[in-house]
Design a protein around this ligand. Sequence first.
Ligand code: B4P
Length: 186
Amino acid sequence: MKQRLLFLGPPGAGKGTQAQRLAEQQGLLHLSTGDLLRAEVAAGTPLGQEAEAVMARGELVSDALVLAIVRSRLEQQAAAGGGGWLLDGFPRNVTQADALAHLLDELGQQIEQVVLMELDDAVLIERLLARGRADDNEQVIRHRLEVYRQQTAPLIAYYQDRGLLAPVEASGTVEAIGQRILTLLG
Ligand code: B4P
């Protein structure tokens, strides 16, 4: 099975849900920039203090900050002998994607597949309102969808051009979607 993966998709598509499941099943390093940022916020670190207000508005945290987090985790894993990884919610714009490509060149690694989770806005909004995280109120959700369209959606063509994109229908049960993902990673 492919072992170096990106999960791409709008907020609420279930990237975190499926990424965590797959990483556990396959023994991959699961790197969620959203989870890592929320952990910094909870710990009250300077980085977390910088990220908190930005996340509450539904905007993207600075590229430099997110890149530093991802770089340190991937370097640590490579130094410990390497292995598979699953990047969940990163990259979120073309600058982050270019920086990731450079980092992976340095590490002598390559992305093997980009899983694009696709879902209608109405279902996304319904799922996020039901989740009820601090950044899950309707106004902020609509802004996050707008940020996704403007900044993250260009990555669909970016990875399609590189022959890496694999779209997945992200509606249905968690198990059914997980099975679709396993099939395409074959
Ligand atoms: P993230 O933490 O990445 O979260 P998300 O996109 O909102 O959700 P995800 O798609 O992972 O959905 P989930 O599985 O949780 O981002 C949050 C914020 O962090 C961003 O707005 C930004 O500020 C910041 N950030 C993160 N990465 C960044 C980066 N690289 N650069 C800059 N800023 C960054 O699922 C959602 C809900 O649906 C859950 O309640 C789940 O239980 C439910 N669900 C999942 N699958 C379902 C199914 N099949 N059926 C029904 N419900 C389902």
